[in-house]
Design a binder for this molecule. Structure first.
Ligand code: UDP
Length: 236
């Protein structure tokens, strides 16, 4: 596989073309942003950890019946993935109250839900990724009704798998964000990443935060938290 020109540079990743029109290469950066790009920084080593953690989880999710864009890990920071058009929805699953949920509804963080919740944000930086429901997403033709139903089904399967896998590592999966993409033939696959950038991970015993909230909230030891998650999940 030959790496060709850069197609896109996002906040945390760069995307490159390859000699295969169906495959692109993602290259994970150490750059971190929060609050719609207002806060910027660097988390040293994050790109390597997020790349390896995402790939580890995507391989397992494929086995659990969730199709993903994953093809092959090429280096510490680079992975070949299937080229998709991203469905412009952030799919958020919550098991425990935190973050914008707590803020929006005026409740403390840490309330354990009897059932996971799902919500969508419309991926649009200029609008600030507003909350959107399935009817509105369908009305705006962001995805078809059937695609949204499938995305929900996959998202809950991901939650079931991730919750169990993380609990075995002594981690509570509080919430996370997924993105899905569409292959040229219309197949919906899980895309983007699953990492401490996109999930909330709390130590089961101490409640210590081991995710990007350490960066967002200036809690210190940001790198240490990412390394601890890599150690627990990947054994390194
Ligand atoms: N999240 C994300 N990207 C976003 C917004 C949220 O990866 O643009 C993740 C976030 O890390 C958390 C979950 O989605 O694990 C729920 O985030 P929330 O809605 O509480 O927003 P936040 O408090 O992060 O602004």
């Amino acid at each position: 596989m030959v790496k060709k020109e850069q197609l896109y540079e996002g906040k945390a990743k760069k995307v490159f073309a390859t000699d295969d029109p169906q495959i692109v290469i993602v290259d994970y950066k150490d750059d971190a942003t929060a609050f719609n790009g207002e806060k910027k920084g660097t988390i040293v080593g994050k790109g390597v950890i997020n790349n390896q953690m995402t790939n580890h989880l995507m391989r397992k999710l494929e086995e659990a019946g969730v199709p993903t864009h994953f093809v092959e890990e090429l280096s510490e920071r680079e992975t070949a993935v299937k080229k998709v058009s991203i469905v412009p929805l952030e799919v958020i699953i919550r098991n425990v109250s935190a973050g914008s949920f707590s803020k929006r509804y005026g409740v403390e963080e840490g309330i354990v839900f009897e059932q996971p919740t799902i919500e969508f944000s419309y991926k649009d930086d200029a609008l600030g990724d507003p909350l959107i429901n399935d009817y509105h997403a369908s009305a705006l033709k962001l995805a078809t009704w059937d695609e949204i139903e499938l995305i929900k089904k996959y998202a809950f399967t991901v939650n079931g798998f991730l919750k169990k896998t993380l609990l075995e590592c002594g981690i509570t999966l509080v919430d996370f964000k997924l993105e899905f993409g569409k292959l040229a033939d219309g197949t919906i696959v899980l895309a983007d990443e699953i990492s401490p950038d996109t999930c909330r991970f709390w130590d089961v015993k101490t409640g210590e935060k081991l995710d990007k909230d350490r960066f967002r909230r200036d809690l210190g030891n940001v790198e240490g938290a990412y390394q601890e998650m890599a150690r627990r999940l990947l054994g390194k």
